[in-house]
Design a protein around this ligand. Sequence first.
Ligand code: GLN
Length: 201
Amino acid sequence: MIIGVLGFQGDIEEHIAATKEALKKLKIDGAVSVVKTADELGEVDALIVPGGESTVIGGLSLFNKSLSVIKERIKNGMPVLGTCAGMILLANRTYDRVVGEKKQPLLGVLNVLVERNSFGRQRESFEADLNVPLLGKQKFKGVFIRAPSVKEASQGVETLAKLDGEVVAVRQGNIVGTCFHPELSGDTRLHEYFVQMIKKH
Ligand code: GLN
């Protein structure tokens, strides 16, 4: 199993570490590699799109022509995990809480409307204990950094977690998106869930 982490910008190393840890815990033989180009993307079985700045990641991916390749692969069933900015990129519509709707390159494969910077600015970043039923009874530490929230979701989009009534994690078939940063929580359960999803695929 080869899991790619989209390597333009954001917390790439943290996702690599969490994914390696998850593979180890599950005793699954796998490799994690940084991918940017269409050729590199052709080599992986699954992709993680990290958090960071969605306009930067999307812009660079459009520029090197990998955006359309990623989109095609996801449409063909490749498992993908997008966290924070990564989830914004997966969405088919976004707007910013303060500046409103802004054109930005998106993958547009996840049928949700996402509000960017939904919980405020960088200094309003926070952690919250989340109830994520599919990860078990133990709460999951959600790290929210200039985080988005899911405002609307079409049929086929399953809610995985909520915070104060806001949807903060979803799954739509082969696509998992979280508004928070599981790679910064010191808890690999979400990465383990994703690895198992890849294995089933
Ligand atoms: N606010 C960022 C964006 O809109 C996402 C922040 C993050 O990934 N931590 O892209």
